[in-house]
Design a protein around this ligand. Structure first.
Ligand code: GLN
Length: 483
């Protein structure tokens, strides 16, 4: 069962080959069997089986949807009423949200079953899932390597078939980079397409939730459930949601692909470059035209991002003060001691580094020099994308400069870690949608192809991804031992 797609599982449920309770139990057993991967922070066994029971009743009536009774898993950044939401941090290790994130509500409304909450970098800060309070996640392709981050638990769980699909969030690459390193399909939607209500904030102007699945076809089904206007999120965009599955089979004849030359320069592993070239050639066979384009300000994306993301996180994380919720230190002597020790004891090193950088960048003397400057750079980067996307329909390139790296390889060098997102971060600064598609294996490690589109073109991106997946089978490759 665990090798089936959402559409196939839905068919099996309708044909009564198995019930949702049986399907859910099968996944729960598999999660248990592979718990060494450390994908889950919480497994919601009782909750999932209850939901499955309700889904089975609904399946017996006529009004069941495609996701009814399908077990999926949620990144532990989405608030779930009654089930721990830790955001990968000691700060929220005992936090039980009193309400559901909109994304969770939407999946509940669609009848999906939630298997549990997935491991992630602490407050989504990281590119390897090693900053999690709950420990590193293993990549099923090679358990000595990282799955990428911050949605590392999601990517590893989907790749290892512990769940058919999962959610992730992408502030600077956290859906695409782990999707790439684990050989799965990930979509980071346009900023504002998916509600951020109840999705714990890291950098509010960049954060965006999206689907992580094995195929574009499955990602489209998840996206259908997740997208849409939400009056509870002031940055949610009030725009009609298209049918994401309807156009999957559209022809790519005449599609104009731009290859930004900055994506293929120094630092890109040559085998990855070759895999991307092969993928682009597949698109040519499908009728696409290819030309070189340029994003001249790309090199400024990482510094601008780390000023903006850190500034926003320093403000967002000020709410964890030991007073209202989350961790509180023992026996505080006074209010300052309470703040200092609660935050000092419960935040990890990377989170503290970002809060310090962000507070510095926002301080009176440095605000113009860093924060305002970074915002100006952000505008330049957006303009680069607008110009490139006025010449072509989509941009293609690598997701990550390397394949999965060894656990521990970059933990002592934050700058080296930040460079893992060199090809993904600019997209968030511009707020554009982008996907990562499995496009090859180098030394038996997955390589992701990135496809970047204009605002609100998720439907077209999914179509472009699906057509590639009709003529290649990289997305069907399974890591050894997880077949
Ligand atoms: N790796 C980037 C960071 O640490 C992006 C993380 C993310 O997208 N959540 O900020």
């Amino acid at each position: 069962m665990h090798n089936k797609t959402i559409t196939e599982l839905a068919k099996g449920l309708r044909n009564k080959e198995y019930s949702s309770v049986e399907l859910t139990q099968a996944y729960l057993d598999r999660i248990q069997k592979h718990q060494g991967l450390n994908c889950f922070i919480s497994v919601a066994e009782t909750y999932a089986l209850e939901q499955a029971k309700t889904a089975d009743i609904q399946l017996a009536s006529a009004d069941a949807g495609l996701l009814t009774g399908i077990p999926i898993a949620q990144k532990d950044i989405f608030c779930t009423q009654g089930i721990k939401t830790s955001c990968g941090s000691k700060m929220l290790d005992t936090f039980i949200a009193p309400y559901n994130a909109t994304v969770i509500e939407k999946f509940n409304a669609a009848g999906a079953v939630m298997l549990g909450k997935l491991n992630m970098d602490e407050f989504a800060m990281g590119s390897s899932n090693e900053t999690s309070f709950y420990g590193a996640v293993q990549n099923p392709w090679d358990i000595k390597t990282v799955p990428g981050g911050s949605s590392g638990g999601s990517a590893s769980a989907v790749a290892a078939r512990l769940t058919v699909a999962a959610t992730g969030t992408d502030t600077g690459g956290s859906i695409r980079q782990p999707a790439s390193l684990c050989g799965i399909t990930g979509l980071k939607p346009t900023y504002g397409r998916v509600s951020r209500y109840g999705m714990i904030a890291f950098a509010s102007s960049l954060d965006q939730g999206g689907p992580m699945a094995r195929s574009a076809e499955d990602a489209a089904i998840l996206m259908q459930a997740m997208a849409g206007f939400d009056s509870k999120d002031s940055t949610s965009v009030d725009k009609a949601v298209p049918n994401y599955s309807a156009g999957l089979n559209n022809s790519l004849e005449g599609l104009k692909i731009g290859l930004p030359k900055e994506f293929f320069g120094e630092g890109l592993n040559s085998d990855i470059a070759a895999a991307i070239e092969t993928a682009v050639n597949e698109y040519k066979k499908l009728g696409a035209e290819v030309k070189e384009v340029s994003l001249p300000n790309m090199k400024l994306a990482i510094p601008a991002y780390y000023v903006i993301a850190s500034a926003e996180c320093s403000a967002n994380l000020s709410r964890y003060d030991g007073v209202r919720y989350g961790y509180r230190c023992d026996n505080p002597t006074d209010l300052n001691d309470l703040y200092i020790r609660s935050r000092g004891e419960a935040f990890g090193a990377e989170v503290k580094r970002r809060i310090l950088m962000g507070t510095y960048a926002l301080s009176a003397g440095y605000y113009d020099a860093y924060y305002i400057k970074a915002q100006k750079v952000r505008r330049l980067i957006s303009e680069d994308f607008s110009k490139a996307l006025s010449e072509v329909d989509v941009l293609m390139g690598p997701v990550s400069p390397t394949t999965a790296f060894a656990i521990g390889a970059k933990t002592n060098d934050p700058i080296e870690m930040y460079l893992a997102d060199i090809y993904t971060i600019a997209v968030n600064l511009a707020g554009l949608p982008a996907m990562s598609l499995p496009a090859g294996l180098v030394d038996n490690k997955p390589v992701g192809l990135q496809v970047i589109g204009n605002y609100f073109t998720e439907e077209r991106l999914l179509n472009i991804a699906h057509q590639y997946q009709q003529v290649t089978d990289w997305h069907q490759q399974t890591p050894k031992g997880f077949e």
